[in-house]
Design a protein around this ligand. Structure first.
Ligand code: 6PG
Length: 465
């Protein structure tokens, strides 16, 4: 390789792109960045002056600077900007070059891009990158999908810059085609689910247990030292300690309760419906963000339907911790199941133990529970469902009475627990050898002659009701 050439190119020098580029440079790779914004180019050149870093606004200079096969990663907003960058660079690229999309792109867009670039001999990778701006700088978790041979050209760089757990890199080629972006979508669905469950536990601590913000912070800190250890519980404890610079009060009390979303959570719910794989705990978290946006209606309805004034202190903090842990298990179980189904349908060839492994560090859903999930799928790659794993069975049976009590108290006191409730109801449906859906079949046949099957003999039947 010509030593004047750069190992890696990065398009899009926003916070994520710039941080990721500097992370690569920290590991002694030569990196060149491209952005149309002069300010971003100049400031990166300044910050990277002691490293093997170059930044430019000129795409021809960018392409000429790269060693071949060229390894070019985009960190630009999903959608149109990704296609725009591809179209812009394509005439300058050669057969064998590799383009990586590190944004939160919809997996079907990634499939389309892989297909359309095939005729030019360009390998296109969908790369899920998790960990936010800090992760990008210090070590993200990365989920790559695409051609195995092309991956070998980026693997050393990705492994160097990724987060590490017990010395193992939190990056892998998780599967074929758009597998990387699919796995990231599921990651984000689980992220939504866990966040919602934690938010519900905050509501229960505040209104069922009467905790102050300081007490809530202390509990989350305690939880983070136990089986609930996770990035999201950890940052939640920090959030409850944060004071507002303007008023001196607790910042959490001043933040609007209308939650926003960029779309990845919605995609997984839509795709789950397509696949026929139920993920109600994740659906609930997407729905709760939508419900939260109806502020005016919520204020009006509160006056019409006042909540019970009964003393709600009938749960213990231990029961609540058990409920959150149960709901975490159920949310992960639903996400893993969806990965399993999608792997088959889309031909991704996913390995669930490998995915759990690279989620243990760097990403938003990192949690000590993932080590148990990893080992469950590593011990038995044919495991149909996380809820069938022996240790999980034991844990869930032990947690259940506590969860039942918490959900009952939440219902009595009008505290909404869509995420926790969906976890419990999914579980109850999953463990019901008999469901009342024979009635649905009867109703369908009654009004639409849709026919039904019988329990006592084979065949398809219709009744003149
Ligand atoms: C990550 C995050 C990241 C981003 C989400 C936020 O893994 O680092 O998931 O991708 O924070 O896209 O999504 P919403 O705006 O939909 O909450």
């Amino acid at each position: 390789m010509n030593s004047n050439l750069y190992d890696f190119g990065l398009v899009g020098l926003g916070v994520m792109g710039r941080n990721f580029l500097l992370n690569i440079a920290d590991h002694d790779f030569a990196v060149v960045g491209l952005d149309l914004d002069l300010e971003k180019v100049t400031s990166l050149q300044h910050e990277g002056s002691s490293k093997k870093v170059k930044a430019t606004q000129d795409k021809t200079e960018f392409i000429r600077s790269l060693a071949r096969p060229r390894r070019i990663m985009m960190l630009v907003p999903a959608g149109g900007p990704v296609d725009a960058v591809i179209n812009d660079l394509l005439p300058l690229l050669d057969k064998g070059d590799i383009i990586i999309d590190g944004g939160n792109s919809f997996f079907k867009d990634t499939d389309r891009r892989i297909e359309s670039l095939k005729s030019s001999g360009i390998s296109f990778f969908g790369l899920g990158v998790s960990g936010g701006a800090e992760g990008a700088r210090k070590g993200p978790s990365m989920m790559a999908g695409g051609d195995a041979e092309a991956y070998s050209h980026v693997q050393p760089i990705f492994e160097a810059v990724s987060a590490k757990v017990n010395g193992e890199p939190c990056v892998a080629r998780v599967g074929n085609g758009s597998a990387g972006h699919y796995v990231k979508m599921v990651h984000n669905g689980i992220e939504y689910g866990l966040m919602q469950i934690i938010a519900e536990s905050y509501d229960l601590m505040k209104y069922a247990l009467g905790y102050s913000n300081a007490q809530i912070a202390a509990r989350f800190d305690e939880w983070n030292a136990g089986r609930l250890q996770s990035f999201l519980i950890e940052i939640t404890a920090e959030i409850f300690k944060q004071k507002d610079e303007l008023t001196g009060g607790d910042l959490i009390d001043l933040i609007s309760d209308k939650a926003k979303q960029k779309g990845t959570g919605k995609w997984i719910s839509q795709n789950a419906l397509d696949l026929g794989t139920p993920i109600p705990a994740i659906d609930a978290s997407v729905s709760m963000r939508a419900i939260s946006s109806f502020k005016q209606e919520r204020e009006k309805a509160m006056l019409l339907y006042p909540k019970s004034q009964d003393d709600p202190t009938m749960i213990t903090i231990e029961e609540l911790e058990a409920t959150v842990f149960f709901s975490f298990i159920l949310t992960f179980a639903q996400g893993m199941k969806q990965l399993d189904e999608a792997s088959e349908l889309y031909g991704f060839d996913l390995h669930l133990a490998e995915i759990a492994k690279i989620w243990r560090g760097g990403c938003i859903i990192r949690a000590s529970l993932l080590e148990e999930i990893r080992s469950a799928f590593a011990d038995n790659s044919a495991l149909e469902h996380l809820l069938f794993e022996n240790d999980i069975v034991e844990m869930v049976n032990e947690l259940l009475p506590k969860v039942n009590n918490v959900v009952g108290v939440a219902a009595n006191t009008g505290i909404p627990v869509l995420g926790i409730g969906a976890s419990l109801n999914y579980f109850n449906a999953f463990r019901s050898a008999r469901l009342p859906l024979n009635l649905i079949q009867a109703q369908r046949d009654y009004f639409g002659a849709h026919t039904y099957e019988r329990t006592d003999r084979p065949g398809v039947f219709h009744t003149n009701w």
